[in-house]
Write a protein that binds this ligand. Sequence first.
Ligand SMILES: [Zn+2]
Ligand SMILES: [Zn+2]
Length: 348
Amino acid sequence: MKIKQNQSILLGLHLTLFLMFSCSWDQFVLNRVTENTNVKSKAAKELLDKDKITIVLTGTGSPLPSESIQNSTAVFVNGQFLVFDCGDGVAMAMEKLHLPVTEINAVFVTHFHSDHFADLGEVIDRSWLLGRKKNLNVYGPKGITELVNGFLKSYNLEYYYRTKHHGEEIMPSQWSGAKPNEFYPKSDGSSKIVYEKDGVVVHAFFVNHVPVEPAVGYRIEYKGKSIVISGDTADSEVLKKQSSGVDFLISEVMNKSMIANIEKSYETIGNPKFTKIMKDIQLYHIDVSELAKLAEEAKVKTLVLTHMIPFVKGYFQTKSIYKDPVRKEFNGDLIIAEDGKRIEIPLP
Ligand SMILES: [Zn+2]
Ligand SMILES: [Zn+2]
């Protein structure tokens, strides 16, 4: 009898614990979903605020392995969400940063090295899955049509299954995918307007990333403010001309003496493949001192270093490899990019 009594007490206790646990678990999930939704809508409201321009350095890495997401810069201007390049990891990074991906107006690709476009398929797909109900335009130089169409082809079944499963109302097939917009800037160093909407203008210009041709940089202008995104480039007169007097130059950068050291180390240990790669890459990137000189001569107000090769972390390494060489030549403001960093530009 006593055993039966103990068993029923135990059973009651289990039931109470189960009910308590499941009730609080329900509440916990509800709280998390509500909190997450509120955080997202607050972030969207802030970023789409028309009284300022916000730059989000979504990904600041390069093809060399590092802790950083590969290259991507988001610019929020006059309620528009413009994405410049989308290397590996960018789609998830944008969601983790609560960027309003359903509102992306356009993606601009600088060139066809994979660290600048690897996640394009995911950016197109995730923005649609989460609720994009407008065309997504992807801009780029010659080659962008082939690239976008290649992604669309490889995602064809994905689009089909999602709509079939959730229905046309939830996953309208008309907004899946994206539209390529190919442009041809002149090779005389001038820029070409490739995007114009409600006062926001984006120019494209050729940079020097030979043998990668075409390779472009972009200049975004709105209400007297200007931002240049270099793409990948060696030292370039065109980049200097296009950066003249800009508020922000967001540029790739390489510390060539460090890379030359890495090259020498590979040679010493008898690795001809990586010796050659380290030698070659010095030819089509800009050295930190060249960039600082370019920015000073162009009278750039703020220089932002991103796509840093090599990637370094911590105060002392960043200081000696990037900050100190820049400071020898450049007197304007300097920002060392980090994944997720926001830069706000108040508008007049
Ligand atoms: Zn790159
Ligand atoms: Zn490149």
